[in-house]
Design a protein around this ligand. Structure first.
Ligand code: GAR
Length: 224
């Protein structure tokens, strides 16, 4: 089986990276993680990559005078590995229009909210403070609008009365670890593309994000 070359960008703990690595090893996710790149040299995710035998490198944004020069260096580091897909997995730098345009249609991000709700940071606290009944995670194609690209798949969790930020974040993260490998699989299998700002899944335009609950139902009915 041909495996899609990917590069994963991280800034921190790398639990989503780990979920992708585990899906390659345990579930035959057909990707070849060519490199993991962090803007933060202390990111624990770099250690996860090394343990899995994946080249782990740092492009430290603090070493560059401005965003443009950082992004030029980052782009060179990514493109040296010739990925067909760039996966942002907890990469916490805002990306400029030129960088985003370079990877348009081949860069995914995961965000801890039900987009378009709660773009940006601190999503769990904001969901609790807004008395939301539901919260969750979204995987989307990256466009120049921050956390604003077309959404591929979402997973919802209830916000319970005794949920605090930590508990809610843990529930959402557990869902992130399911939907990100799934979306990457669809892309790697050629089922998922971005065409003129529109998501195509299995040859059909996606009119609303896939709800992971429905995918789970389908899998159960298929006896998987
Ligand atoms: C995840 O919750 C991810 O959705 C979030 O950072 C966390 C990284 O965790 N990303 C963003 O907020 C991007 N806007 P991880 O390093 O353990 O995968």
């Amino acid at each position: 089986m041909t495996r899609l070359p990917i590069v994963v960008l991280i800034s921190g703990g790398g639990s989503n990276l780990q979920a992708i690595i585990d899906a390659v090893v345990n579930e035959g996710l057909p990707v070849d993680i060519r490199a993991v790149i962090s803007n933060n040299p202390a990111a624990y995710g770099l250690e996860r990559a090394r343990r899995a035998g994946i080249p782990a490198l740092t492009v430290d944004h603090r070493a560059y005078p401005d965003r443009g020069s950082f992004e030029t260096a980052l782009e060179a580091a990514i493109d040296a590995h010739q990925p067909a897909l760039v996966v942002l997995a907890g990469f916490m730098r805002i990306l400029g229009a030129g960088f985003v345009a370079h990877y348009l249609g081949r860069m995914l991000n995961i965000h801890p909210s039900l987009l378009p709700a709660f773009t940006g940071l601190d999503t769990h606290r904001r969901a609790i403070e807004a008395s939301e009944k539901e919260h969750g995670a979204s995987v989307h194609f990256v466009t120049s609008e921050l956390d604003g690209g077309p959404v591929i798949i979402q997973s919802r969790v209830p916000v319970l009365p005794d949920d605090d930020v930590k508990r809610l974040a843990a529930k959402v993260l557990e869902r992130e670890h399911r939907i990100y490998p799934l979306a990457i699989r669809w892309f790697a299998e050629g089922r998922l593309t971005l065409e003129n700002d529109r998501i195509m899944l299995d040859g059909q335009p996606l009119t609303a994000p896939v709800d992971y609950a429905n995918v789970e139902d389908t899998a159960q009915h298929a006896g998987n």
